[in-house]
Design a binder for this molecule. Structure first.
Ligand SMILES: Nc1ncnc2c1ncn2[C@@H]1O[C@H](COP(=O)(O)OP(=O)(O)OP(=O)(O)O)[C@@H](O)[C@H]1O
Length: 307
């Protein structure tokens, strides 16, 4: 069942078109990623979805509600974390959670939420004194305090160190596992690969690809690559005859085989039948990073970070 449906969304700021034409459907219970270079229209798209900005064209439905017409009803079932928290510096963690909880008919218990998100010992800490990771955890807590059915998270892990990013990923997975549908805007390819069931790549206000991370990576064309040293001489034509193999190169005693599908199984089975061992075997997969660069023709902002 589609929880979010966007058809031909069009949004301008004055004369500037931020979103030309975006269509996508997010299914119940998935983590759906929106990827794209800086200025692609990602934030504008999710702000329109959340009813924070009116669109000039197209149709949006979130849980069957129109974000502008049914904004009040939508607020009760949609949790939103945007890039700027807008929280006052002096507000304490406990106060922020109680304040946000008061906006909802059926909120979560702020104390339980603080414990779940590792903020219990920060309950009396003012917002300005939280670390980056703690601020992000509070942002997640505020996005889910209303017990939403859908949550939008915009660049949640930007600025976090690798450890804090991983902890945040686990939190996002736990939210999904509790039955909440998650829409995640991210610059990080590894984040999308790890978390997202499907991703839409947006460039210059249009969806240029929409698929699972693995399918997008496979489509980037690099496919898979194996490198190994055969333990005995091997007729290269046998490898080239395999349907999975698209190219073969020799580097000294090493063979480099590129291909698609179940390449590793096909090649290792052929070798095994000839009692040849693939010594020093290394396998590389195409990544979402490759797909992103192939699709958009450029990198993705802050760069691929080791996480
Ligand atoms: N409030 C605004 N007024 C005018 N133009 C805006 C406004 N917000 C965004 N834009 C413009 O709309 C375009 C899309 O911006 P948007 O913030 O949606 O992109 P984004 O994909 O989220 O970018 P980033 O990855 O840098 O956050 C950009 O050209 C931006 O300059």
């Amino acid at each position: 069942m589609a929880v979010i449906e966007v058809e031909n969304l069009h949004k301008r700021y004055g004369d500037e078109v931020a979103v030309h034409d975006v269509s996508l459907r997010v299914e119940q219970g998935e983590i759906f990623g929106i990827l794209g270079p800086n200025g692609a229209g990602k934030t504008t798209t999710v702000e329109c979805l959340a009813g924070l900005r009116p669109a000039q064209g197209g149709r949006i439905s979130v849980l069957g509600l129109d974000p502008v017409r049914d904004r009040e009803a939508l607020r009760q079932v949609l949790g939103v974390q945007l890039q700027e928290s807008g929280l006052p510096d002096k507000l304490k963690v406990r106060e922020a959670l109680h304040l946000y909880a008061s906006f909802y008919r059926d909120p979560a218990d702020p104390g339980e939420l603080m414990a779940r998100l590792g903020l219990a010992d920060k309950a009396a800490t003012r917002y300005k004194n939280l670390s980056g990771g703690q601020k992000q955890r509070l942002a997640i807590a505020l996005a889910i305090v209303g017990n939403p059915r859908v949550v939008i998270l915009d660049e949640l892990t930007t600025g976090l160190d690798p450890h804090a990013r991983r902890t945040t990923w686990e939190l996002i997975e736990a939210i999904r596992d509790s039955g909440v549908t998650v829409l995640l805007v991210t610059h990080f390819m590894e984040e999308a690969e790890r978390l997202c069931d499907r991703v839409a790549v947006i460039d210059a206000g249009r969806v240029i690809a929409l698929d699972t991370p693995a399918a997008l990576a496979a489509r980037a064309g690099r496919g898979q690559r194996m490198r190994f040293r055969p333990s005995a001489p091997l007729d290269e034509r046998l490898l080239l005859a395999l349907p999975e193999v698209t190219a073969l190169r020799r580097h000294g005693s090493q063979l480099e085989v590129t291909g698609t599908g179940n390449l590793v199984h096909a090649v290792t089975s052929l070798l095994a039948r000839r009692q040849i061992i693939a010594a020093d075997l290394r396998v590389e997969q195409g990544t979402l990073d490759d797909a992103f660069i192939a699709l958009t023709g450029h990198g993705h902002g802050p760069g691929r970070e080791a996480a």
